[in-house]
Design a protein around this ligand. Structure first.
Ligand code: 1CP
Length: 373
């Protein structure tokens, strides 16, 4: 598909009619913002930049408002979630906000016993390992998503012309936490389950796919102008297993929100061998981690697709000269794609000096604006 035909597919009048009349994408300020322009294959005033995990522990103002507040409580308090979402936009002048939440929030709202343990991550009271466990999972109701809709609505009101990106965990990454019962390095248990008990795996994939789909739809309807599906751990899969056991479920989630016309970014780490398969799942934009240059990603995907990425987070602490040189090469490499959304190749490390991020945003805006003129 060419860039222009892909562009026409997005944000058509018909698709915009699926969004509420007060949705930010109905305003040209948001629809033609550098972020939405690049996500739909167009060129804006400068290359847009945002950072995965831009909200969070790299910011002193985040640490302050989180004092004594458990992670999941922070996510489910609409005023606090909105405030945390806005903090990096105010401080860094990034081109988009990413909704402050977590990939386990939909399962929490469905009634699954899950918590986020400081310094560790999501932990389930009881791992989900058999077909019986999966059949006993509660269903996420639409009303349970009210705190999410409220937080998104508060956020977009404050954001004005800056778009909000909603997100969800992709079914494999969510299911990996559910089967392991917590964070793991190799995701051995879910990878075994696919082959040992394909029926159970399929049932879990379907549960995770519809739960993430509902989470995305709620954010879009409340005002998110783009979404990102995080398949953070997809890189632990072979392409064959990805296509057989994972892609159909990710495709279900992405298809569920296709009619809104908002750009859908699909991202994972260690996915150099999976990028075409991830595109085939139904994404509009591919997020690339720091291991693969964007021009190589562009070749592997077959061109015509906006790319997001992929500054190595390690370079944020390497000194300005090294970071600038690396950023220049990422920008150069990104020129091979129809459009480029600048981001890191994974999340902001908690130890990052936030002034480096602010300087990086200024630098990217400056050099890419000169190139467009
Ligand atoms: O107390 C804290 O500050 C906890 C740290 C933290 C934060 C700030 C967690 C626990 N989640 C979050 C927020 C979060 N999680 C966001 C917010 C928006 C932003 O990017 O600014 C997002 C998008 C997520 C999504 C998320 N959660 C992913 C996908 C993104 C990625 O980093 O790959 C994953 C894998 C999770 C699980 C998770 N939640 C928290 C942690 C520490 C982890 C990873 C645990 C592990 O290593 O397996």
């Amino acid at each position: 598909m060419t860039a222009s035909s892909r562009q026409r597919e997005l944000l058509t009048a018909e698709q915009l009619s699926a969004l509420p009349s007060d949705h930010p994408l109905h305003t040209t300020a948001v629809a033609d913002s550098p972020m939405i322009a690049a996500l739909t294959g167009r060129t804006g005033a400068h290359a847009p930049v945002w950072f995965m995990r831009q909200a969070g522990r790299s910011l002193p103002e985040y640490k302050k408002v989180r004092e004594g507040v458990p992670m999941l409580d922070a996510c489910l308090n609409p005023a606090l979630a909105a405030e945390i979402t806005l903090q990096p936009v105010r401080r860094h002048g990034v081109d988009a906000a990413i909704f402050f939440s977590d990939i386990v929030i939909p399962m929490k709202l469905a009634g699954v016993d899950v918590d986020i343990v400081p310094g560790r991550g999501p932990v389930l009271g009881t791992p989900v390992r058999t077909l019986e466990d999966i059949q006993a999972l509660p269903e996420l109701t639409d009303e349970a998503l009210d705190p999410i809709r409220e937080a998104v609505a508060l956020t977009v009101k404050e954001l004005g012309d800056t778009p909000l990106i909603g997100f969800a965990g992709a079914p494999f990454t969510v299911a990996a936490y559910m089967v392991e019962g917590g964070p793991s390095r190799d995701h051995l248990r879910p990878r075994t389950m696919m082959h040992a008990d394909p029926e159970a795996w399929d049932a879990l994939g379907q549960w995770a796919a519809r739960t993430s789909a509902q989470f995305l739809a709620a954010q879009i309807e409340a005002g998110a102008s783009a979404v990102q599906l995080f398949d953070s751990w997809a890189g632990s899969l072979s392409e064959a297993d990805y296509r057989r056991f994972v892609q159909p479920h990710s495709a279900t989630t992405l298809a569920h929100v296709a009619h809104y016309g908002v750009p859908r970014i699909h991202f994972g780490t260690g996915t150099a061998e999976l990028l075409p398969a991830m595109l085939d799942a139904g994404a509009d934009v591919i997020g690339v981690d720091y291991r693969l240059p964007l021009h190589t990603a562009n070749e592997r995907i077959g061109s015509g697709v906006p790319l997001q990425g992929n500054i190595d987070p390690a370079l944020l602490a390497a000194g300005w000269d090294a970071l600038k040189e690396h950023t220049d090469s990422v920008l150069e490499s990104g020129k091979t794609a129809p459009s480029h959304i600048v981001n890191l190749g994974h999340g902001v490390p908690p130890t990052t000096d936030p002034t480096v991020l602010t300087r990086l945003v200024e630098y990217i805006h400056e050099v890419t604006a000169v190139e467009v003129r």
